[in-house]
Design a protein around this ligand. Sequence first.
Ligand code: SAT
Ligand code: MN
Length: 583
Amino acid sequence: MSMKSEVEQWVDESARLTKPDRIYWCTGSAEEYASFIGSMLKDGTLIALNEKTYPGCYLHRSHPNDVARTENLTFICTKTKDDAGPTNNWMSPKEAKEKVSKLFNDSMKGRTMYVIPYLMGPVGSPFSKVGVEVTDSLYVVANMHLMTRVGEAAMEHLEKTHEFVPGLHSLGDLSPERRFILHFPEEKLIWSIGSGYGGNALLGKKCFALRIASFMAHQQGWMAEHMLILGLQEPTGHVTYMAAAFPSASGKTNLAMMVSTLEHEGYKILTVGDDIAWLHIDEEGRLRAINPEAGFFGVAPGTSVKTNPIAMRTINHNTIFTNVALTPDHQPWWEGMGSFPPQGLTDWLGRPYAESAEKAAHPNSRFTAPAKQCPIISPHWEDPKGVPISAIIFGSRRSAVVPLVFQAYSWQHGVFMGAGMGAETTAAATGAVGVVRRDPMAMLPFCGYNMGDYFRHWLEMGGRIRKQPKIFRVNWFRKDKDGKFLWPGYGENIRVLKWILERVRGGGEAGETPIGFVPSPASLDTGGMSIAPEALKELLSIDKEGWLKGTDNIEEAFGQFGDRLPGELWEEHKNMRQRLEKT
Ligand code: SAT
Ligand code: MN
């Protein structure tokens, strides 16, 4: 059977279940996109933005109960619960299908089913993979157009690789009671119903490119990670690539598009990706990364000409905004955009904005924009081979304890550092914000299998990589006792990347501490920036009590995995505690 007919067969099967009135096969063309936008403008799904200042831009207001990923309704449906592991919600494949097929039954009656063949990864790359999403949401289709490569590119890749990941999506009735995001990694299948929001509904993103892909990567000897990819260009013109894992809504897009404050010295950033990296080992034993996505689905609030001018230039044309506020002259507006809320502002719910009210834009409001619009996109962002990675960075929001930057002693120590990472929660998922939880490698909500096995996979990959990237931990978010950020962040983060670059080269000064190599204040290039010496000292200080408490939290988190946690990580844990107790 041809691959086309295999896809057709699965589409037929999905249609028998959901009973759409019509089936439409997406081609991915610009005309198709324009006609979908036209229908959504007509039925009110989209509002056109100011044609002069935001040409080709639209606003979508999602259902008020459907504004973020819902981790409590997200399941990994492996045959055994142990294979999903203690950090994932689990349902048996049989139970999941029985329960949720009832919800899919007739769910597309009166609607059109759109079939979206899409490619994750550059055209012609041996690492790219095909997905086919069927959905009854035109908003999802339009976003997939921006975030992936839809149509011909996918079908051609499919004929060569004979493999696709099917994803069935329906809005259902948008009720959280009947919302399920299900992954069947063993059969490489995704089912999602009851949500139209980003990570729940654009199935190429978190569902495929992270949860299903991480499972495949474990089987096949590569890695799918929640990482941005950037190139750091230095005065000689040489570019060093780094991959950095941060939880959602913790500044990955800002870091990936940073305008360096050392640009006058010749240090600048090139963007390869802002959210996901697929990493493979090449013939020379180097780790190489591709960005599987073709667009950015970034957090709007806090994005401004000051914090991320590159994003502002990326998203002022051909962009879909979701749940931002609207000015009377139809421009998007959000908190932290750098202007006061204008008179006559409409909030994300479509109500007149009152100063007294909560936020005008939802804290997790988003922009969807094509990556090729980014003014500093790397010339290699679509290189089929990917870019060679010299440094891996783990970061998260931590208002205390964790220094600005430090380096792991070894790959194994770096895996321990990532595995034990604590992070303050954000608005990207429903639930409390600002609570510290363990978020290993920023993958807690995205690992499609037992995280104990995932840590083992990281260790094994390290053994196979001959030219190992150096591993670092960063924290831009440490605060002083008055609750003020100690580090200015944004473009000044280049100074931290510069130290990382020096360390990669075998230079850069650092002291051995219980937690790793920490730079002395003098070894960070702070020339021309205003930072108080005391602030810098505090940023690089080791809070012994805080770290000892952290090791207790890590012990508890590791304990959940029982004998699936690699002994090497317990060893690292023991060593760190001993080093801390000795100081
Ligand atoms: O999950 S999304 O892809 O919608 C965004 C995020 O939370 O990282
Ligand atoms: Mn993300």
